[in-house]
Write a protein that binds this ligand. Structure first.
Ligand SMILES: Nc1ncnc2c1ncn2[C@@H]1O[C@H](COP(=O)(O)OP(=O)(O)OP(=O)(O)O)[C@@H](O)[C@H]1O
Length: 573
């Protein structure tokens, strides 16, 4: 119930629309009564008393009432749609905003496809209870009330006969609802898993093809998709039993009205016109009851979807980007890490790491795979919060720094640069929203990327494809270097690419990187000997500890891990 109330709380922001909708619904429902009332009068005055002249006015009243009913219905639908779309827009926006603020750790533990299902499918599923919940629920309840009052005024005993099945309907609805939420939860979970698999497989389509794993993957997909089918069939079976049972209970009401009505007429306690009135309106009592059953089903489905959406909304935010102190301006880029400990989960990843980068220095991080190099870079970006120790930039402790100011001071070039599926220009705007074309071309030139961008069919406006798939690896790298150059940050974090490119491209990239690192503090996860040779200090990491530090020659002379790594040709020439 709490979940349902929370869904409806999204409508509270629009009281005017809610009231207008309520007024239209009441007027529309009142118009329903004209037909049975006029039918009763036609029977008494026109048929029984032979006043044929008054038939036309009765018919006019009926047609005007029908027109008014449909006109109010038109207004109600319009208002309802506006109302509901505004509420859903608010919800979607709130969810997206939340997603942007969640910790990276949260994303590490979840599948992208499942998150997308929550935004793209679970929100609209919730939306249905907002649309139909109000539209059907409100009108149905009003209709039941108004029709019941009307029936009571005409003949209490017939009205009670018509209402007799209601206890049975309530018990049926209770039995159905008891386990419905669980059934729908299984459907939503299975759908999320299927979409997650679909997302993974489409992202990894090259790997699937290259390993000729299409048939295997198809089999796994069918298994996941089968779970969605089975979950849906369970829901449908329950509905198949519930819906006709409820319809049968309604028929008991019709039968009782017929029997009791005939008995009352037979005993002279009621006129036949009253029974006629009942049969012209009684559908308006049972019809909303059927709609309430459908609404009950929809509410259970929406509840399961809403639970998945609210789980995201209830997660703790990462520290908000504007909390904390801004970094001093201009920033010199003095970074100091002292006794840093960090764990992603239970196992500790970094153990007492200490290192320093003076303004303008290049610090190389080397070490075997899993040693903790990227973790240090992640902590410098404050993608994760560190547990113990200290990281300062120009003397300001990182975990007390305003994230927005920190991230504007840092340029991060990853090994496999991510490009968004949009024009080159949009990808560069990420670094500087108001960058002029001239500034873009300068950055592209410094990154040795101007040549190939000019050769693209639409230059800066060429769409690069998903993850930049329409560009080569070397082109993507140079574009991401241009992006960092355009940002012009005082501190640079660079994960050098290991992917082999031809020597000509390698040279172009190296030149671009050299220009990028000029006059900045740079932390480089280094794979190339040329970068390492030029670094001011090299730190060798092993199992989360700094085990050696010094220049290239000092470390070679030390004859330790670094010398061993160099011998194993671990570092590319
Ligand atoms: N997001 C994460 N969640 C949990 N554990 C992680 C995460 N990222 C890295 N790790 C673990 O932390 C350890 C250090 O990883 P890290 O990526 O820092 O190593 P690395 O030195 O950069 O390795 P490589 O050179 O292979 O990129 C590894 O054992 C890794 O499994």
């Amino acid at each position: 119930m709490k979940t349902i109330l929370r869904i409806f709380s999204y409508l509270g922001k629009y009281p005017k629309l809610a009231s207008a909708q309520l007024v239209c619904a009441i007027l529309m429902t009142l118009m329903l009564l004209a037909f049975p009332m006029m039918t009763g009068r036609v029977k008494r005055e026109v048929i029984d008393n032979g006043e044929i002249g008054s038939l036309l006015p009765f018919m006019i009243v009926v047609v005007v009432a029908f027109f008014a009913r449909d006109f109010f219905n038109f207004l109600r639908i319009l208002i309802n749609n506006t109302f509901e779309q505004k509420a859903v827009y608010d919800l979607r926006s709130q969810l997206y905003n939340k997603l942007q603020r969640l910790r990276l750790k949260w994303f590490d533990e979840r599948r992208t496809g499942d998150i997308m299902t929550r935004v793209a499918e679970d929100v609209p599923q919730m939306e249905r209870v907002l649309i139909d919940g109000i539209e059907q629920g409100l009108i149905a309840v009003l209709q039941i009330l108004i029709v019941t009052i009307f029936l009571m005024t005409r003949s209490p005993i017939l009205a009670i006969s018509a209402l007799a099945p209601i206890p049975l309907l309530i018990i049926g609805a209770w039995l159905y609802t008891r386990h419905a939420a669980t059934r729908y939860r299984i459907v939503r979970k299975a759908t999320g898993e299927m979409n997650a698999m679909l997302h993974d497989n489409i992202a990894g389509i090259r790997q699937i093809k290259s390993y000729a794993a299409e048939d295997e993957e198809h089999k796994s997909f069918n298994e996941t998709s089968g779970r969605v089918r089975d979950a849906n069939l369970t829901v449908m079976k329950a509905w198949a039993l519930y819906s006709p049972s409820m319809s049968f209970f309604n028929s008991i009401g019709y039968t009782l009205v017929l029997g009791v009505g005939a008995w009352e007429i037979h005993n002279g306690r009621m006129g036949s016109d009253v029974l006629l009135e009942f049969f012209t309106i009684i559908w308006a009592l049972y019809d909303p009851i059927t709609r309430l059953h459908q609404l009950n089903q929809m509410t259970q489905s929406s509840r399961a979807a809403a639970e998945r959406v609210f789980t995201i909304l209830d997660e703790d935010d990462e520290v908000h980007a504007t909390d904390g102190n801004p970094l001093p301006q201009p920033l010199r880029g003095h970074v100091k890490i002292t006794d840093l400990n960090f764990s992603y989960s239970d196992e500790r990843t970094l153990h007492g790491v200490s290192l320093e980068a003076k303004p303008g220095q290049t610090i190389a991080l080397v070490g075997s795979t899993g040693a903790g190099k990227s973790t240090i870079v992640n902590l410098l970006c404050r993608f994760y919060e560190y547990d113990e120790g200290s990281i300062t930039i120009d003397g300001v402790e990182l975990n007390q720094t305003n994230k927005a100011s920190l991230r504007s001071a840092i340029g991060y070039v990853t090994q496999d640069p991510f490009l968004f599926n949009g024009p080159v220009r949009e990808n560069l705007y990420l670094a500087q929203r108001d960058a002029s074309d001239e500034a873009m071309w300068q950055a592209l030139a410094a990154a040795n990327a101007d040549g190939f961008v000019r050769a693209l069919p639409e230059g800066l406006d060429t769409v690069v494809g998903e993850r930049g798939v329409k560009l080569s690896g070397g082109e993507r790298q140079r574009l991401s270097i241009a992006r960092a150059l355009l940002k012009n940050p005082p501190i640079l974090l660079l994960d050098e690419a290991t992917a082999s490119v031809d020597s000509q491209t390698e040279l172009l990239i190296q030149q671009a990187l050299d220009r990028l690192m000029e006059n900045r503090t740079a932390f480089v996860i280094a794979h190339r000997l040329s970068t390492i040779r030029n670094a001011d200090v090299i730190h060798v990491l092993d199992k989360g500890r700094v085990i050696e530090s010094g220049t290239h020659h000092e470390l070679l002379a030390l004859g330790g891990k670094y010398a061993e790594l160099s011998k194993q040709a671990f570092l590319a020439e």
